[in-house]
Design a protein around this ligand. Structure first.
Ligand code: FMN
Length: 136
């Protein structure tokens, strides 16, 4: 079965942009649904923006993107990457929530044009995945 990874950024709306409770809520639903759908990934929040990577089968990712696009806690979803992958970077995580590394701040504030953004996104994800593997 082919695996895909979608990476997007979005703008948090209202309370979703700050505090722990909105994140706990999102991670709770993500954990439940993503386990069921064999979706894995990572979510970061920085400066009122979300950055999320989701990995899984096409049908499950498309369904999740549909729910994400309908979710009023964020808007203006910009897909940075959507590609077939050989391996999951976050295989052990239904949805990991991590602090944004400085590189994400730089990416979000500059939003460089393709293909620079693509290289930066890949580096942020592989660095995060490596950090998580060494911490667990
Ligand atoms: C930034 C953000 C990331 C989210 N990530 C996920 C996710 O990975 N998986 C998921 O099922 N829902 C995620 N959600 C929640 C969905 O938009 C939606 O509310 C949820 O899937 C509905 O689940 P339910 O039908 O079980 O209540 C996210 C929401 C936001 C705002």
């Amino acid at each position: 079965m082919s695996l895909f990874r979608i990476v997007y950024v979005s703008d948090a709306v209202g309370d979703a942009g700050a505090g722990l409770l909105p994140l706990i809520d999102i991670i709770g639903a993500s954990d439940r649904n993503n386990r069921r759908d064999h979706v894995t990934g990572v979510l970061m929040r920085h400066d009122n923006q979300f950055f999320q990577a989701i990995e899984g089968a096409r049908v499950d990712l498309d369904r999740l993107m549909g729910r994400l696009r309908a979710d009023r806690r964020h808007m203006n979803i910009r897909v940075l990457a959507d590609a077939r992958i050989e391996h999951r970077l976050f295989a052990d995580w239904a949805m990991a929530q991590v602090d944004a590394p400085p590189a994400l701040g730089r990416l979000l504030s500059g939003m460089p044009a393709e293909p620079m953004a693509k290289t930066q996104v890949e580096r942020i994800l592989s660095d995060t995945s490596r950090t998580m593997a060494s911490a667990s």
